[in-house]
Design a binder for this molecule. Structure first.
Ligand SMILES: Cc1cc2nc3c(=O)[nH]c(=O)nc-3n(C[C@H](O)[C@H](O)[C@H](O)COP(=O)(O)OP(=O)(O)OC[C@H]3O[C@@H](n4cnc5c(N)ncnc54)[C@H](O)[C@@H]3O)c2cc1C
Ligand code: SF4
Length: 331
């Protein structure tokens, strides 16, 4: 690994100023993604700024209206174990418990989780094959290479990678917000607009710029929150990223869907909301399997499979259906 300097930030304003001024500086929280990227030479910061001592950025606040505020330095395991998170938004706790391993969840932060980079094997390859995300302008080895794990929605010729965060799928379904402090003050970014599609600049995963520090994730009160579920399909049952996953949150009246929030993971460069399906599902009975299937299919007309991942189109619809049904059992 290349040499780097490590220092610690004690207040947010100093951390933000240092990050804004030094293009070779990276924040480090749990280090579980960043250190791996540095070992693979996919990230080469010269200066790591440890943000774990920043005040007021760890902890969970259960708001009186039913929402949540989760500090970005809160550990994944603490969020997954929190009684109010589990009661109000089971989909969040489940997405975390199906992520990584117990040891990693004890170390990894919520902010780091939503910032983690793609698991495309070419991107993480120390041999440095063509990869526009790793080395802009070099090409995309996955586009006509091994792309079984890659995107079926929203990809570009420049990049067909997927976002690996499970939590991000749940937060997208719930229309959470990311609170960011930057050089010009604080702003709130809707979670569905936080991650980007690759277009011609796949090196940028999200809309953050230099000096931007995630302080909090806000989850608004949702009538659908309690009847929610996260389902993840992967090649092995633990310690593995999603081939396809789904977050579903619903409200129903006498078994008929009143409102639905549905997002997929493992299918795009960002968590993928199934908005057409959400609209089509309104009023459908949870017992009407054909009705549920055809409503979900409304979101798949725009799916574009690659050479090795056509199976994801069928799999994703099945995963969405099952997630919806399990959420329905909780309504
Ligand atoms: C073997 C393995 C298996 C895994 N499996 C899964 C899985 O199944 N599902 C899943 O979702 N994840 C999985 N992960 C990823 C894991 O969840 C992430 O590595 C972790 O959440 C990152 O958090 P961290 O605090 O360690 O981040 P770090 O590694 O410290 O940081 C990651 C990035 O976030 C930036 N960052 C951190 N905090 C902030 C902040 N507050 N503001 C702005 N930028 C910030 C850092 O600068 C860095 O760029 C796995 C990881 C490993 C190593
Ligand atoms: S899919 Fe994206 S990350 Fe993977 S090789 Fe292509 S450009 Fe790189």
């Amino acid at each position: 690994m290349h040499p780097f300097m490590l220092s610690r930030a004690d207040d947010a304003a100093t951390a933000i100023a240092a990050h804004a001024q030094d293009a070779e500086l990276a924040f480090i929280a749990g280090g579980t993604d960043l250190i791996g990227l540095m070992k693979d030479h996919a990230a080469r910061p010269e200066h790591l700024l440890d943000i774990n001592s920043l005040p007021g950025m760890a902890g969970i606040e259960a708001l009186p209206d039913g929402g949540l505020r989760i500090g970005s330095l809160t550990r994944m395991s603490d969020v997954a174990a929190d009684a109010e998170v589990r009661r109000r938004f089971p989909v969040i706790a489940e997405s975390l418990l199906l992520s990584a391993s117990g040891q990693l969840r004890n170390m990894a932060s919520i902010g780091g989780n939503v910032m983690q980079r793609t698991r495309c094997a070419y991107f993480r390859d120390d041999d440095d094959p063509p990869c526009n995300k790793r080395r802009p302008g070099s090409g995309c080895s996955a586009r006509h290479g091994l792309n079984r794990n890659h995107a079926i929605f929203g990809w570009s010729e420049a990049c067909v990678a997927t976002n690996p965060s499970d939590l991000a799928v749940a937060l997208a379904a719930l229309d959470a917000n990311v609170v960011v402090r930057g050089p010009t003050g604080e702003r709130t970014i809707p979670f569905t607009g936080f991650h980007r599609l690759p277009e011609n600049t796949p090196e940028r995963d999200n809309v953050l710029g230099r000096g931007d520090l995630i302080t909090t994730i806000e989850v608004p009160a949702r009538i659908e929150g309690r009847a929610s579920h996260y389902l993840k399909v992967r090649d092995r049952e633990s310690y593995e990223f999603a081939l396809v996953s789904a977050a579903a949150a619903i409200a129903a009246d006498s078994g008929r869907l009143r409102s639905v929030r549905l997002a997929l993971g493992g299918v795009a460069h960002k968590p993928w909301r199934l908005t057409a399906a959400e609209t089509a599902l309104r009023g459908v009975s949870l017992d009407d399997i054909d009705g549920l299937k055809s409503a979900i299919a409304a979101s798949f007309t725009e799916a574009r499979p690659l050479t090795h991942n056509r199976f994801k189109i069928e799999l994703a619809q099945r995963v969405a259906l099952r997630a919806l049904q399990t959420a329905g059992e909780r309504a």
